[in-house]
Design a protein around this ligand. Structure first.
Ligand code: KIV
Length: 271
């Protein structure tokens, strides 16, 4: 029996070619097997095990508390559900900033134990040596610039980043650096659309935007936001495709009513 699947898998090279061919790249988060299966079947090019798992799976206010072991667990679950998409996993806060050796150890664990196809880390110049070390080990790296949620306590707010010239210039120079270091893509989060356009035109690797306007080479959203499970979260950049919060609470309350009234289970649902 062949171990090779018939399905054409998306690779970092596919994404590079998509930018070259001007075909938009799609990315969505997933954190578990069942969701990953649906997201993959829906045809996204890449699935991100974002450290937003800290928020939507664990209920933390920020992404800071999630651990490498927890991210590896989520990645293992997702990988088992994916046949086609490129699986990218976030390295969580504190697992790559202190020194390049630690960064490489974290990335190796994510690839070896988690089964990710690539890792994503937040930052530019400040983490140059960590990125170099990971890329040199043959691990594909996706950068993340703009509103980098692991720095939320430094920013103090989730407002749009890089509106001022100095931060905008640094973002463009960080994009170029990430390309030079061998990153295969860069996520641009919550920055002005015009700056994201300029950044996308300045580098040959794909930019994947979230709250960064229409001119990025691709778009990423958090799955729970797209399907409307996050009731209170309505930033301007979000397009909701479902209202699952209402659907699910409605289904649960109907179930409660059916059991209480002895309507469920009926004869057909009994042995
Ligand atoms: O953690 C995450 O989900 C992310 C995306 C929002 C890009 O980093």
């Amino acid at each position: 029996m062949s171990v090779h699947s018939e399905i054409k898998k998306i690779t970092t090279e596919t994404l590079r070619k998509m930018k070259f061919d001007k075909e938009k790249i799609t990315m969505l988060t997933a954190y578990d097997f069942t969701t990953a299966k649906m997201v993959d079947a829906g045809g996204v090019d890449s699935i991100l095990i974002g450290d937003s798992a800290a928020n939507v799976m664990a209920g933390h206010e920020t992404t800071l508390p999630i651990t490498l072991d927890q991210m590896i667990y989520h990645t293992q679950c997702v990988v088992r559900g994916v046949e086609r998409a490129l699986v990218v996993a976030d390295l969580p806060f504190g697992t790559y900033q202190s020194n390049p050796e630690k960064a490489l150890d974290s990335a190796v664990r994510m690839m070896k134990e988690g089964g990710a196809h690539a890792i994503k880390i937040e930052g530019g110049k400040e983490i140059e040596e960590s990125i170099r070390k990971i890329v040199n080990a043959g691990i594909p790296v996706c950068g993340h610039l703009g509103l980098t949620p692991q720095s939320i306590y430094q920013f103090g707010t989730y407002k749009v980043r890089a509106k001022e010239d100095a931060e905008a210039e640094k973002l463009i120079s960080d994009c170029k650096l990430l390309e030079e270091l061998g990153c295969f893509a860069v996520v641009l989060e919550k920055i002005p659309a015009a700056l994201a356009k300029k950044a996308s035109e300045s580098i040959s690797i794909p930019t994947i935007g979230i709250g960064a306007g229409p001119d990025c080479d691709g778009q990423v959203l958090v799955y729970h936001d797209l399907v409307g499970m996050n009731k209170g979260f309505s930033p301007k950049f979000l397009r909701r495709y479902l209202d699952l919060y209402t659907e699910i609470t409605g289904a649960v309350s109907q179930y409660v009513q059916d059991v209480k009234s002895s309507d469920f289970p009926n004869d057909k649902e009994s042995y």
